[in-house]
Design a protein around this ligand. Sequence first.
Ligand SMILES: Nc1ncnc2c1ncn2[C@@H]1O[C@H](COP(=O)(O)OP(=O)(O)O)[C@@H](O)[C@H]1O
Ligand SMILES: [Mg+2]
Length: 438
Amino acid sequence: MSALVFMTLGVLFLLYTGNRDADAARARVTGAWDRVVPLIRQGYLPPVLPSGKGVAIQVLDNRGHAVAATENLTGKPPIATFHAASESVHVERVLCPPAGLTGCMTVTSYKVYQPDGPWLLYVAVPKGPWYGSTTGLVLAIAVPLLLTAMTTAGAFYLVNRDMNAVDAIRTKLAEINASALDRRVPVAGDDQKELKLLAETVNCTLNRLEDAYKQLRQFTSDASHDLRSPLTAMRAQLEEALLHPPDADWPKMTTAVLAGVDRLQAIVTDLLTLARLDAHAPLALRPTDLGRLVGAELDRRTYRTTIVRSLQPDVIINSDRLRITRLLVNLVDNAERHANSQITVSVRADGETAVLEVLDDGAGIDPEHREIVFDRFTRLTASRDRDAGGTGLGLAIAREVAEAHHGTLTIQDSERGARFVLRLGLSRATDQAVRAPD
Ligand SMILES: Nc1ncnc2c1ncn2[C@@H]1O[C@H](COP(=O)(O)OP(=O)(O)O)[C@@H](O)[C@H]1O
Ligand SMILES: [Mg+2]
């Protein structure tokens, strides 16, 4: 493309110089006419005319004899035979060569009327090529060629440099695997803006992948540990009973092993729930009256603590009832475990948001632990002592459920005890509300 532009400019340059040279030649011819014609008219015509630069002049009298000429034509026959048809007209022809001269020349013939008849004035100037001078031609070819070569070399350099950077990124990416997740691709300099952005984006993605992978590894190790503890305990109990079968207290041992099985079952169920939430399995969303749903769930079970309800009706959300119930049960179970005597469960609408709060009157959760309790397998020391049966997955599941519903679940300040707050967008299809199951 640039080669085409440079070549066009070259041709335009040649046309320009060619035209300029033709104009100069025409000026020389007119100059000769101006000088010689007065001499003819006044009768002072010397036989040898002063020769101008690059101009050959010859004057023929009425009989066609050369009477005056520039030095190179002195004593030579007429250089041409053509002449203008009338006084005002001059004729121009290219002769290759005119008689007595060499090379192609543009010969202009003027008729000069004298008392004894028409005289002829021939002025010959070298016929230049259309492109002007050879230097011009060389320049017009060489400059575009040089510019094209320079542009191509520049483009080649840039492409080559970018390709090298892309190749460096590719090589580094190819080296990255699960055991070398901490590697990053090289970031190009500011002069390769797009590649720099690409490398930075790749590195950000790698950072996120590494974090996710570390979390997954931690989770797998925590899960294995939590599954192994009850298994070890159950195995020890069974082996001990088998050591002295007659002396073993089989009902007691069976009850203990069953407790272990219950725990394993609880962990596996929670893990399965989390796996489904992680896989973003589609929710069975239906318009639900949140107050009714909570009321029905609280009615279903008996609690050792007093449950105070404050359930506003007609707070309609789009929810997967099973999952929201699971979230509620997890919160209420926790509250019951930590409460002294009372739990307050409330549902209300706050602008465009439905708010569910579960508040207990226990020891509460310190602000610095209010986020980590939502991490998988996190159990604060106090609760380990209080109840060895927890999985540490309840709040993680509850938060995943909230987020799957595009809502939030957080722990807020309270005068006493822990205050869990779930916020979900209200459903606009209020009129489609379906009664919560009893
Ligand atoms: N209502 C609460 N009051 C005080 N601490 C709580 C409460 N709810 C949860 N926690 C703390 O958060 C931790 C994580 O809770 P959770 O994920 O439900 O696990 P689990 O109940 O199996 O211990 C609990 O172990 C406990 O330390
Ligand atoms: Mg729990």
